[in-house]
Design a protein around this ligand. Structure first.
Ligand SMILES: C[S@@+](CC[C@H](N)C(=O)[O-])C[C@H]1O[C@@H](n2cnc3c(N)ncnc32)[C@H](O)[C@@H]1O
Length: 248
């Protein structure tokens, strides 16, 4: 399934000695830095709690298990959204792209509950969910298997001492580069004036990714196949920026 596996031969990159490279940022296994904020919020309703027991159990992504066996055989590509919030973007993408298998990761219990409610009301057979850190999913995927990656309005971690918790790090881009075949797309959106240059600096410096933009309208205007998220409609602090990068 999915994009054909193409081995990604790791070459020494010009970023190897980038000062940003802190090997302690994403060491495998326990004890590594936590990337997300809270898991618990308001108490779930009985219906929401029930859906976590039933629907989430049915749709749970099995980390490390071959992706093809986890989706119906109509699915040809693997897409992943990290931090889907309440899931409106994830649901829209899955509904409009039945050929894609969408995995969504969200550690916030109430966000997951809202997505489960959407799926109960409008079921889709090409969505799988992970109530936890999206990094675990990426690590468990076969190389060159991920055709599209969404990171929309990630937590900005504004304090300088917390910047290492931001999802976009050189090590994370190395990992994504391994999991994405040539031509795969990475989408990033933010309204945060500090995270934008932080992410752009790393994405543009990374040899495996190239920015598709040819002018300001490309990052200022919402692409047609990119619906607004809940955060965007309720909590946005300034004009959003939409970035699309392709795996070289
Ligand atoms: C500011 S909210 C935006 C949510 C959604 N993307 C939107 O635009 O409405 C960021 C979300 O990312 C989630 N998140 C943070 N770190 C994560 C991680 N490592 N893996 C998965 N989700 C994460 C948080 O729980 C939170 O719901």
């Amino acid at each position: 399934m999915v994009a054909k596996r193409r081995g990604f031969a790791r070459k020494a990159s010009p970023m190897t000695d980038h000062p940003d490279r802190d090997k302690s940022v994403h060491p495998p296994g326990a004890g590594r830095r936590k990337l997300y904020g809270r898991r618990k919020g308001p108490k779930l309703s009985a219906r929401q709690a029930g859906l976590r027991q039933t629907l989430l159990a049915d749709l749970a992504w099995k980390v490390g298990v071959e992706p093809a066996g986890q989706f119906p055989n109509t699915v040809r590509e693997l897409w992943l959204e990290i931090g889907f919030g309440a899931g409106e973007h994830l649901h829209w993408q899955a509904a409009h792209h039945p050929h894609a298998g969408l995995i969504g990761a969200e550690p916030y219990e109430m966000g997951m509950a809202k997505m489960l409610t959407k799926l109960e009301e409008k079921p889709l057979n090409n969505v799988r969910l992970h109530e936890g850190d999206g990094r675990e999913i990426i690590e468990g995927l076969p190389d060159a298997s991920l055709s599209r990656f969404f990171l929309l309005f990630p937590d900005p971690w504004p304090k300088t001492r917390h910047h290492k918790r931001r999802f976009v790090q050189m090590e994370m881009l190395d990992l994504l580069a391994r999991k994405m075949p040539a031509g795969a797309e990475l989408r990033f959106a933010t309204d945060d004036k500090s995270y934008l240059p932080y992410a752009l600096e790393r994405l543009m410096a990374h040899p495996a990714f190239s920015w598709t933009a040819t002018g300001p309208s490309d990052w200022k205007n919402r692409p047609a196949d990119w619906p607004p998220t809940r955060y965007e409609t309720k909590a946005i602090k300034g004009p959003p920026t939409f970035l699309r990068f392709l795996r070289r």
